[in-house]
Design a protein around this ligand. Sequence first.
Ligand SMILES: NC(=O)C1=CN([C@@H]2O[C@H](COP(=O)(O)OP(=O)(O)OC[C@H]3O[C@@H](n4cnc5c(N)ncnc54)[C@H](O)[C@@H]3O)[C@@H](O)[C@H]2O)[C@H](O)CC1
Ligand SMILES: [K+]
Length: 244
Amino acid sequence: MPAVLKTLGAKAAADLDKDLMSDEGGYSIDQLMELAGLSVSQAIYKAHPPNSGKRILLACGPGNNGGDGLVAARHLYHLGYEPIVYYPRPVHKPIYDGLVKQLHGLHIKFDDRENFKAIAQDSDLIVDALFGFSFQPPVREPFDKAIEVMQSGVKPVLAVDTPSSWHVDDGPQDEGLGSKYQPDYLISLTAAKPNVKHYKGKRHFIGGRFLGKDVADKYGLSIPDYQGLDQIAEVPVDIKVEKL
Ligand SMILES: NC(=O)C1=CN([C@@H]2O[C@H](COP(=O)(O)OP(=O)(O)OC[C@H]3O[C@@H](n4cnc5c(N)ncnc54)[C@H](O)[C@@H]3O)[C@@H](O)[C@H]2O)[C@H](O)CC1
Ligand SMILES: [K+]
């Protein structure tokens, strides 16, 4: 891993996804989401192996970050975990409906009780898949309760792509909801986001072992040194951060 971590702001990250899904890029959103969710499941396996507690609460938001969480829930089941899905605002598009059906087919538990704290207390790890790089503050209900609970430190948290409620470039708000939110683990998808400079957690992973050199070069990214069968690579948490 190079000595400097290059990051992509919200617009650049969205542009990169658009390039991948262009006629020339040839990817579909389903494929990218599948790869993202698979990476998330591997980061969980590394940071919180099944013998640390199998009950993984996946807090899924209404966009593609939530979709990554739904995909991860399926992979976690097959890795021997007991996923529990909190998905209080399902969006009825074929991609999300299909992912939900796949989880029902595995009898994975959904728990959308208003009392997110009670749901969290029954879990060993919370996965923050509420919002990714398209988040616009402030957080609307019912997701505000989930942010409060994740911020309280009641259970360890792994954030998907970016800690939800943080500004993608600037990080946490100075005060109010989410200002003290610090997940224990983070997996950045394809590239870290600039707000990673505010991340003070224990471990940071990058997922995206499908990105080719041409696209990486276009966005000034370095391809991490992936090992073995891993879809993810670990980045030192004290690495110097550079916005492209
Ligand atoms: N490159 C990759 O590897 C891939 C990453 N993916 C993931 O997709 C997200 C970005 O997804 P997007 O659908 O653009 O948006 P978000 O999930 O970030 O959230 C938008 C969603 O949330 C709603 N919303 C926005 N602000 C608020 C708010 N303040 N309160 C409540 N709701 C809000 C908005 O209406 C939308 O519905 C990226 O970070 C990755 O995690 C993809 O899987 C593709 C591959
Ligand atoms: K998130």
